[in-house]
Design a protein around this ligand. Structure first.
Ligand code: 5GP
Ligand code: MG
Length: 188
């Protein structure tokens, strides 16, 4: 069975579990249903739903979420860089948007992995403000306490610790984990 080949959480050398795979799955389904309901309620304006995943961290969340929303949607990605290999924000955010992206009249949902300071989402919202989108909303899987920019949908409120897994990395590692784990300062 494929499931058995996935590394068990709490295996030696693996990041300890913060949010187990089953909890992530359940919450993503709930978020998807809520987003679908809200989108359906706006049916009168007939706006096309566009998911804009924030690369790289939100690739897995975006893929699961669009299936949980279960509505026709355009899926595209923004590349945002505010972290290098370090665990602290560099403070500047660079954005790359798809050149052909036309958001005029659309219902845009920015899909973010984690809000730390919220600077990345703030920069994205600023950039999209002039796009002509009918609705701009954001969903984040995780939100840390110091985030100053909000998201309409939040998966989990977490403590201020460095998390990996379910798309999130540390210097390229751990993105493949099906759960959200955390790194203590002594774990590399
Ligand atoms: P912010 O701009 O909100 O401070 O940071 C947002 C970005 O920093 C996130 O999209 C994510 O890429 C990265 N980030 C923030 N906290 C963490 C964390 O705990 N783990 C990982 N892997 N990335 C994080
Ligand atoms: Mg991100």
């Amino acid at each position: 069975m494929a499931r058995e080949s996935i590394p068990e959480p709490d295996q030696p050398g693996y990041p300890p579990v913060l949010i187990p795979e089953v909890a992530v799955r359940r919450r993503v389904r709930e978020l998807g249903r809520g987003i679908a309901r809200a989108h359906d309620a706006r049916k009168q304006d007939d706006a096309q739903l566009v998911l804009l995943g924030v690369l790289n961290g939100a690739f897995m969340f975006t893929a699961d979420l669009v299936r949980a929303i279960d509505r026709p949607a355009i899926v595209d990605f923004i590349r945002a860089r505010s972290y290098g290999a370090a665990r602290a924000s560099s403070g500047t955010v660079t954005l790359e948007l798809p050149p052909e992206l036309d958001l005029a009249g659309k219902h845009v949902l920015v899909v973010e992995d984690v809000l730390d300071t919220g600077r990345t989402l703030g920069a994205i919202r600023d950039r999209l403000a002039a796009s002509g989108a009918a609705v701009i909303e954001a969903v984040t899987l995780l939100r840390k306490p110091k985030a100053t920019v909000g998201a309409e949908y939040i998966g989990f409120e977490i403590d201020d610790r460095f998390v990996v897994g379910y798309g999130l990395d540390e210097a390229g590692r751990w993105r493949h984990l099906p759960y959200v784990g955390y790194l203590d300062d002594d774990v590399r």
